[in-house]
Design a protein around this ligand. Structure first.
Ligand SMILES: [Zn+2]
Length: 170
């Protein structure tokens, strides 16, 4: 789902997209094969839709749910201390035992060895500082998490998206 400004904002179900189209709140930007049939009409199967009126993005981005996948996607699937892409876990930059919060500004992707090395120390004590200051992720991150395999039709609308590693069989 694109905002009126063509900025990607969300992933929704085909059903939800169809409702928005039938209510004329959105238009189809990319259509797929086949049609969806409603009572008196049929519409192209929507792959990318655009809202016709601008939606202000929620200001409470930092409150969006923190999941490991979203943290990893925000951090480009790399340990924020050594840059490796394997064995990722999450680390509280300021350890919880030292009053660190469990929010987007204090949680980073971290490989297991770095996590062990840093242990319960502050970044300055361990001389380990995250490569990027962590913060709330962009909507693209949630799009990637909602749909680990990005369909081809979406790609041109998501220029900043980092390719996720092939998801586990699970
Ligand atoms: Zn590491």
């Amino acid at each position: 789902m694109l905002n009126a400004t063509y900025e990607p904002i969300n992933v929704c179900t085909v059903r939800r997209a169809a409702v928005l189209l039938l209510k004329e709140k959105a238009e189809v930007i990319e259509g797929g094969k086949g049609e969806l049939h409603a009572e008196h009409t049929s519409i192209i199967r929507p792959l990318v839709i655009r809202l016709l009126s601008f939606v202000k993005l929620p200001r409470d981005r930092h409150r969006r749910k923190i999941t490991r996948r979203a943290v990893f996607a925000r951090d480009d699937w790399t340990c924020q201390y050594c840059g490796t892409g394997s064995g990722l876990t999450v680390d509280h930059v300021i350890p919880r035992s030292k009053g660190g919060s469990s929010d987007w500004t204090n949680i980073v992707a971290c490989c297991a060895p770095c996590n062990r090395r840093k242990g319960d120390r502050l970044p300055a004590q361990a001389n380990m500082h995250p490569a990027r200051i962590p913060g709330p992720p962009s909507p693209n991150v949630f799009i990637q998490v909602a749909s680990p395999r990005i369909p081809t039709a979406w790609q041109q609308w998501l220029p900043d998206l980092t390719a996720a590693p092939v998801p586990d069989a699970a």
